[in-house]
Write a protein that binds this ligand. Structure first.
Ligand code: AMP
Ligand code: TRP
Length: 325
């Protein structure tokens, strides 16, 4: 079974990214053939600072290594270093109806958010993503819920290409995390945790113990005192329970029992301790890797080599099928 996923190199990661995506990736490398990609070509479809792109790519690579991606167990590389992604995008463009792209939720949202730069690349973003996935004959694509529609387009394009030119691509399936697909903001538990929206509602993967304590103590809870999961009536405490459960590995039901007759304060103290202990090794390892840039770049280089072999073989077949050789 082959697994592929990608993440855009945009600034620092938070625990929502970790629980919603990285944690799954790390588990998959133990049981499947995994390819993970830092998608820099996707990152440049919205306004960005060219001087910061390389720094962000390196930060992202370090974050993933720190969180447990093992270059011995998976292929880990930067998208723009394998040119086949761009070549396949062009071919898929020729079979992708514009109407499919116009109805994509992310395109509509980003067009509203970045009114000044609604560029063709932003519209074409899902076709590039389909190329990422199809190039590697992917079976499973673990992503957050927001990306489901894009993976469905990849399926549609695979099917269409196969029908037109003969069987060439596998049809990939999307995989959403069972819990943690949406970690909420600590300040507004009805909104997704997001660094850009509200730094106070968001815990970074490399947050200091002091900041963790401050942010959890200030986290919005719900009326009443009972520690009980109920995402509709008690979104605040439910979100904290989810975070606790995902870091401690204890089921939510068990946590409810442990904290029966105890107040929010005691629960928060326990969560603070858990987060500090869980994130401390990440901070240490990040510091170490920041001083080993050559080593990290070498891992990405080796990843490129391996990814390129698979991509080249798919593309040879694709060119033949469409009549270019
Ligand atoms: P982004 O930084 O929005 O491109 O997200 C990177 C990955 O993290 C994607 O797989 C998202 O679905 C996931 N993600 C982002 N924010 C959250 C959140 N608050 N809860 C769970 N997953 C998230
Ligand atoms: N669009 C995805 C996101 O914003 C990132 C991505 C690019 C991706 N190519 C991919 C995810 C291929 C999975 C598979 O999160």
């Amino acid at each position: 079974m082959r697994v592929f996923s990608g993440i855009r190199p945009t600034g620092e990661l938070h625990i929502g990214n970790y629980l919603g995506s990285i944690k799954q990736w790390v588990e998959f490398q133990e049981k499947a053939e995994c390819i993970f990609c830092i998608v820099d070509l996707h990152a440049i479809t919205t306004p960005y600072n060219p001087r910061e792109l390389q720094k962000n790519i390196l930060e992202m690579a370090i974050a993933y290594l720190v969180a447990g991606l093992d270059p011995e167990k998976c292929i880990f590389f930067v998208q723009s270093t394998v040119k086949e992604h761009l070549e396949l995008t062009w071919f898929l463009n020729t079979i992708c109806p514009i109407s499919e792209l116009n109805r994509m939720t992310q395109f509509k949202e980003k067009s509203k958010q970045f009114k000044e730069s609604i560029n063709a690349g932003l519209l074409d973003y899902p076709v590039l993503m389909a190329s990422d996935i199809l190039l590697y004959q992917t079976d499973l694509v673990p992503v957050g819920k927001d990306q489901k529609q894009h993976v469905e387009l990849a399926r549609t394009l695979a099917r269409k290409f196969n029908r037109k030119f003969g069987k060439t691509f596998k049809e990939p399936q999307v995989l959403l995390p069972k819990i943690g697909e949406k970690i909420m903001s600590l300040q507004n538990p009805r909104k997704k945790m997001s660094k850009t929206d509200d730094p106070k509602g968001c815990i970074g993967l490399f947050e200091t113990p002091e900041a963790i304590e401050e942010k959890i103590m200030a986290a919005v809870t719900d009326p009443g005192k009972i520690i009980k999961y109920d995402s509709m009536k008690k979104p605040g405490i439910s979100n904290l329970l989810t975070i606790h459960s995902l870091f401690s590995g204890k089921p939510i039901k068990g946590l409810e029992k442990n904290f029966r007759n105890k107040g929010y304060k005691e629960f928060k103290k326990s969560l603070i301790k858990l987060l500090i202990n869980s994130l401390e090794p990440f901070r240490k390892k990040r510091k170490e890797l920041l001083s080993r840039e050559v080593y990290v770049r070498e891992i990405l280089k080796q990843g490129t080599k391996k990814a390129q072999m698979v991509a080249a073989s798919t593309m040879e077949n694709v060119r033949k099928k469409i009549g270019l050789v």
